[in-house]
Design a protein around this ligand. Structure first.
Ligand code: FES
Length: 115
């Protein structure tokens, strides 16, 4: 298990996300209205870097490749890959899979992620 300070609370404003490495694991840390959260950094569909995607409705991350959306707090799939048309053919072999999430706490202004 790795437990690591990734940044200062003040370095990641609400509505932003940023990738970090915790031990050997690439994580994506988000600052939402209710605090900090972390998920695996790559999409479960075909591994796009989610940091290049977008935070949607303040609670979901949208993949930059085929627009799958995941709940940031739970990692659950909100919408599976749906772009461009025809991607459903690939989805036959890449079926829905939630993101891993990691416990994230703030300690004296430091954002700490546990992997
Ligand atoms: S790689 Fe993320 S939706 Fe395809």
């Amino acid at each position: 298990m790795a437990r690591q300070v990734v940044c200062k609370e003040s370095e990641l404003p609400v509505g932003k996300m940023k990738p970090f490495k915790v031990g050997d694991t690439n994580v994506l840390v988000y600052h939402l209205e209710d605090g900090f959260h972390a998920t695996q950094a790559s999409c479960t569909h075909v591994f796009a870097p989610l940091a290049r995607g977008k935070i949607v409705d303040g609670c979901r991350v949208r993949c930059p490749f085929h627009r799958a959306q995941f709940d940031i707090r739970t990692g659950e799939v909100h919408e599976w890959a749906n772009f461009p048309p025809g991607i459903q053919l690939l989805n036959v072999v890449r079926s829905e899979k939630a993101l891993k999430t990691y416990p994230t706490v703030v300690e004296e202004g430091d954002v700490v992620v546990v992997v």
